[in-house]
Design a protein around this ligand. Structure first.
Ligand code: NAD
Ligand code: UFG
Length: 337
C-alpha cells in the first residue's frame, strides 16, 4: 500500500537518495527542507530518476505551525527525520546554532507529530554517539558518549526519543546510527555537494582527482593500523537509503530501537585512495600530515542487528562507492549546473 512518507532534510545528500528508494518502493516521498545546505535543483534530478515529480515543501522543522499543516495536508504516515546541521568542527564554533537547529528543531517537530497523531519516526543518528570506541566492532550496546557539540545533539535527540517512547506506547521509533556514508546514485544525478572546502575524506578525494586541490592531506600515518592510517566503515549511500526502507517496514514492531547501519568492514585512508585510483584510472596525490585532533584510530560497525532485526545488509563494495562518487563528481549537476 502506498504511504506518504515525510523526509525532513530530504533535499540533502542522504535524504535525496532515500527519496528515490521510497518512491521506488511505491510510497510517496514528501520532502521538507529549508535548503540551508542543499539546492532546489535536486528536485528536477529526482524527477528524472523516479519518473514523476517529488513533492517538496520549503520550510523549517522549527516552524511548528508549518509542520502541523504538512503532516495533516499530506496525510503523512511516517517521518524520516534527517534535517539537521552536521559539521563537527562548525559545531564547536557555533554550539547554540547546533542545539537550536538539531535539538529544538526535533522537539518542535515531535510536538507537531504528537498533535497530529503521527507517531512513526526513523531518526538519522550517527556512530559519533559512540565516541572513542572501547570495543570493535561496535555493537548498539557500546557505551554512549559525545566528543563534540554535534555529537551531543545526536545523543540528546536519541534520549528525547526514548523518553517519548516510555511515555506512550503508541510511538514507533527507530534510531539509525550511520557509519561513514559515501558514494552516490549510480545515475550520477544526485550525490554529495558540500559547500566550501570539504572536511570529509571522499569529498576531498573527489576534488583532488578533478584538480580543484593539488593534493590530499592524510591526517596521520602513525596509527596502530596495518598501514598507519585511520580506519572507517564506509557505506554506500544507496545501501544506507535501503536501510531506511527496511526500518520503515519494521517500524510497527518497534518501540524505540537503535540500529547500526554499516558494512562491518573497516578500510584505511590509503586503501580508499588506492581503490579510487584503481577503479577510476585517476591519480590522487597525497601528503602525510600529523593526526587531526579528535580523530579516532578505527571505527567500524557490528551490523548483525540490522540483519536480524531489519533483514538488511549492504550490497555495494568500496569499489562501487569510489566509482559512483567519481561519476557524480564529473556530472554537470555536481559542478553547480
Ligand atoms: P545534508 O546537509 O546534505 O542534509 C541535511 C538537510 O537538512 C539539508 O538539505 C539541509 O538544508 C536540511 N536542514 C538543515 N536544518 C534544517 C531545518 N532546521 N529545517 C529544515 N531543513 C533543514 O546532510 P546529510 O549528509 O544528508 O545528513 C543527513 C542527516 O544524517 C543529518 O541529520 C546528519 O547529521 C546525519 N548523518 C550524516 C552523516 C554523514 O556523514 N553524512 C553521518 C551520520 C549521520
Ligand atoms: N581524512 C584524511 N584527510 C582528509 C579528510 C579525512 O586523512 O582530508 C581521514 C580522517 O583522518 C579519518 C578518515 O579520513 O581517518 C575519515 O574522515 P572523515 O572526516 O571522512 O570521517 P570521520 O570518521 O572523521 O567522521 C564522519 C562524520 C561524522 C560522523 C562520523 C561517524 O564527519 O559526523 O563519520 O559517522 F560522526
Amino acid at each position: 500500500m502506498s504511504r506518504p512518507i515525510l523526509l525532513t532534510g530530504g533535499a540533502g545528500f542522504i535524504g535525496s537518495h532515500i527519496a528515490v528508494e521510497v518512491a521506488r518502493a511505491g510510497h510517496t516521498p514528501v520532502i521538507l527542507d529549508n535548503l540551508c545546505n542543499s539546492k532546489a535543483s535536486v528536485l528536477d534530478r529526482l524527477r528524472t530518476i523516479v519518473g514523476r515529480p517529488v513533492e517538496f515543501v520549503k520550510g523549517d522543522i522549527r516552524d511548528g505551525e508549518l509542520m502541523r499543516k504538512v503532516l495533516r495536508e499530506h496525510r503523512i504516515a511516517a517521518v524520516v527525520h534527517l534535517a539537521g546541521l552536521k559539521a563537527v568542527g562548525e559545531s564547536v564554533q557555533k554550539p547554540l546554532e547546533y542545539w537550536d537547529n538539531n535539538v529544538v528543531g526535533t522537539l518542535r517537530m515531535l510536538e507537531a507529530m504528537q498533535d497530529c497523531g503521527v507517531r512513526s519516526l526513523v531518526f538519522s543518528s550517527s556512530a559519533t554517539v559512540y565516541g572513542e570506541p572501547e570495543q570493535l566492532p561496535i555493537t548498539e550496546r557500546h557505551r554512549l558518549m559525545a566528543t563534540s557539540p554535534y555529537g551531543q545533539t545526536k545523543l540528546a535527540i536519541e534520549r528525547m526519543l526514548c523518553d517519548l517512547s516510555a511515555s506512550d506506547p503508541r510511538w514507533h521509533l527507530c534510531l539509525l546510527r550511520y557509519f561513514n556514508p559515501v558514494g552516490a546514485h549510480e545515475s550520477g544525478l544526485i550525490g554529495e555537494d558540500p559547500n566550501g572546502i570539504p572536511n570529509n575524506l571522499m569529498p576531498f578525494v573527489l576534488k583532488v582527482a578533478n584538480g580543484q586541490f593539488k593534493e590530499l592531506s592524510v591526517w596521520g600515518g602513525d596509527y596502530p593500523t596495518p598501514d598507519g592510517t585511520g580506519v572507517r566503515d564506509y557505506i554506500h549511500v544507496v545501501d544506507l537509503a535501503a536501510g531506511h526502507l527496511a526500518a520503515l517496514q519494521k517500524l510497527d514492531t518497534m518501540r524505540c530501537e537503535a540500529v547500526n547501519l554499516g558494512t562491518g568492514h573497516g578500510s584505511s585512508v590509503l586503501e580508499l585512495v588506492r581503490t579510487f585510483e584503481r577503479v577510476n584510472g585517476v591519480k590522487v596525490p597525497f601528503v602525510m600530515k600529523d593526526r587531526r585532533p579528535g580523530d579516532v584510530t578505527s571505527c567500524f560497525a557490528d551490523p548483525s542487528l540490522a540483519l536480524s532485526r531489519l533483514g538488511w545488509k549492504t550490497k555495494r563494495t568500496l569499489e562501487d562507492m569510489c566509482r559512483d562518487a567519481w561519476r557524480w563528481q564529473q556530472s554537470p549537476a555536481a559542478r553547480g549546473n
